[in-house]
Design a protein around this ligand. Structure first.
Ligand code: SF4
Ligand code: SF4
Length: 467
């Protein structure tokens, strides 16, 4: 880890690399201001929400539980199972279109204000680092001499915070009850769970103590998509070159035609991704508004109006009229409305039981010695309730058939699907052209499902099978 003086921006491939390819270690200066205050308040609210959400229960279920192992996803009291294909597809498509919509209108507001990477990095790890290393000095140098002991204590604190974060993160996937067991049981009793916890803690520590802003710059797919998601009217943070240029440190009252930018470099030194906003819109900009706070303070000191760096759009900064209504906003919002309506309808029609009839394995039908035709059928019953339920399978009234089923009623555990085979026995005379449609009724968990099923049988000609 080295701390380098700021190289010329044109020499860099990445803002986190020095010209020789070594890591450029960033220690951004803190720039107090209205946006930092707002972000700090929001960050602490979000940290509380991230921490408490796994403990919150709605309708007796966790508010959020993404149980990947058992393929059950609980969101705000509703559990989605792998069979909820339409609902899950609508949810994912809705999420993607929402991201497109929010980014097209508000740019990277998520990255700067609400992304857990930004929230924990800027409002937990960096403040802790400043506590140990002192406020950074010009050029990103630590404010205090780094001693071995102080560095060791700093990383020990980072480790404790990373453990807390890893446990919070895992609670979303395994639930707080399982997590409590993992924490209080000996690692030897559950080595796999212990390894998962240790690996997650290690990843958190690696991310926040070492990898840091590179997660946003090189690893995050959302960051990489920015160039296609924003347009000239999307909200961005931008430097106003018409007002700022020509930049310079000379006296503005000495007859020199200088713009408002005094080239103090504070907007660069405060940037958590190490870029110079004056170079124009950059993919590395996470929209944190620290450069606005830094520059506003400078403008106030030199008696110039705030806003040399400000929220705007590429169009408004260029002096054009901004547009809120534009084709992509109309398309995204229309698609989002349609998906939301479809989701609400599909959710309201979702019952507690799913039943599917499948053809049995082996021969499609068998002619029994007593002349009856036997069709093997399988029934798959999904019980969405939180308790086991029993189900009866019958043929519909008036159907000339009887069932042979081993388990009647069938028990289906909570939140699982069970597939059982049974036989449908019919006289050979009920078939027309080798087919007969029947109704199969499944009753249980307070619901009755009636499904059409086509039996197969011999093709008879004049009451005899063709030779
Ligand atoms: S903080 Fe403002 S005045 Fe200073 S270099 Fe940046 S844009 Fe120029
Ligand atoms: S350029 Fe400004 S808004 Fe963008 S990441 Fe840097 S400090 Fe934040």
């Amino acid at each position: 880890m080295t701390t380098a003086a700021l190289p010329e921006s044109e020499e860099r491939v990445l803002s986190t690399l020095n010209a020789d390819g070594s890591r450029r270690w960033l220690r951004p200066r803190l720039s107090p201001g209205r946006f930092l205050s707002a972000r700090r308040i929001l960050a602490w609210i979000l940290i509380a929400v991230f921490t408490l959400l796994p403990y919150l229960r709605i309708n007796g279920k966790p508010a959020i539980l993404l149980d990947i192992l058992h393929r059950r996803f609980t969101l705000f009291g509703t559990t989605f199972l792998p069979t909820d294909t339409v609902l899950l597809a609508l949810l994912v498509i809705g999420l993607v279109v929402s991201i497109f919509f929010v980014t097209a209108v508000f740019g990277r507001v998520w990255c700067g204000y609400a992304c857990p990477q930004t929230v924990y990095m800027e409002f937990v790890y960096r403040p802790l680092e400043r506590l140990f290393d002192g406020p950074p000095r010009a050029g990103g140098r630590p404010g205090r001499k780094q001693t071995g002991l102080r560095t060791a204590v700093k990383y020990a604190v980072f480790l404790v915070v990373s453990m807390y974060l890893a446990h919070t993160f895992l609670a979303y996937f395994v639930g707080v009850e399982a997590l409590r067991q993992w924490i209080f049981a000996s690692p030897f009793e559950h080595p796999t769970s212990f390894l998962v916890m240790a690996a997650t803690t290690g990843l958190m520590l690696f991310d926040f103590a070492y990898f840091r802003e590179q997660t946003c710059i090189v690893a995050c797919p959302y960051g990489r998509l920015q160039s296609v998601l924003v347009d000239r009217d999307s909200l961005i943070i931008s430097y106003d070159p018409k007002r700022g240029e020509p930049r310079g440190r000379g006296r503005r009252d000495a007859g020199v035609a200088l713009g408002d930018c005094v080239d103090c470099y504070l907007c660069v030194e405060t940037c958590p991704t190490g870029i110079d906003i004056r170079d124009g819109l950059r993919m590395e900009c996470v929209g944190c508004a620290q450069c606005i706070d830094a520059c506003d303070a400078v403008m106030e000191r030199i008696g110039r109006p705030r806003g040399l760096i400000r929220y705007g759009s590429q169009a408004t900064i260029a002096g054009e009229a901004g547009r809120v209504a534009r084709p992509r906003i109309f398309i995204y919002s229309t698609v989002l409305l349609v998906i939301t309506a479809l989701f609400i309808v599909a959710l309201s029609r979702k019952g507690v039981v799913d039943v599917t009839l499948l053809r049995g394995l082996g021969a499609p039908f068998v002619e029994l010695p007593n002349g009856e035709i036997s069709n093997p059928v399988r029934v798959k019953i999904m019980n969405r309730l939180d308790q086991p339920a029993s189900f009866r399978v019958e043929v519909g009234a008036g159907t000339p058939a009887r069932l042979e089923i081993d388990e009647d009623p069938m028990m289906v555990p909570a939140g699982t699907a069970v597939t059982k085979g049974f036989l449908v026995l019919t006289p050979a005379s009920v078939f027309t052209n080798g087919k007969r449609d029947i109704v199969v009724r499944v009753t249980g968990a307070g619901e009755t499902k009636e499904l059409n099923y086509r039996l197969l049988g011999p093709i008879t000609v004049g009451g005899r099978e063709p030779q």
